[in-house]
Design a protein around this ligand. Sequence first.
Ligand SMILES: *Cc1c(COP(=O)(O)O)cnc(C)c1O
Length: 208
Amino acid sequence: MIRLEQVKEARQQIADVVRVTPLLNSEQLSLRCGNDIYLKAEHLQKTGSFKIRGATNKVKQAVSAGAAYVTAASSGNHGQAVAYIAQRLGIPATIVVPEDAAQCKIDAIRSYRGAVEKYGYTSAERLPRAKELAASENGVYIPPYDDPSIMAGQGTIGLEILEQLSDVDAIIVPIGGGGLISGILTAVKESRPKVRVIGVEPALANDT
Ligand SMILES: *Cc1c(COP(=O)(O)O)cnc(C)c1O
């Protein structure tokens, strides 16, 4: 369980790396939905997704605690984020990706000087491999969502939304593993409990 205080601390920790992305009003979506719809433009974030928020918070903590190497298991945005922040902090990173990972994602990880290891096809195979690599080099494995520091980092989006749109009624959040929505709920519900937070997951990948 994390608290609002940890999200606020995360915001300070990551401020020198992460962009405050704009909250854009969409006339087309507003018309179609019969409501005032805004989009939090995290596609303009460093590395192209919000994953850099949690990854920066977690990797910085690991480095402060003496880590000189990090690993992650990811086929996409989390792996790019971990590779980026590791390079920026001057430590090596290995990202374990599936055998059939898209070349553009591998290229993106390598462009941040991350080492790429192809391993298996499922996250159940990749995760233990990333942990094993970290353990063998005295490094730290960076989880994609199930970690307090990752959740607190992702939750900084919630703090920004409350400031950018003070009369927000509801925040609609995509769910994969649930790190993003856990952080946003923490950021929003402790200070503005009336704001509704609604999670959305893909019908064909409804793990949550
Ligand atoms: C990771 C990710 C999600 C899901 O986030 P979780 O914290 O795993 O729930 C949704 N959208 C994008 C673009 C992502 O990169």
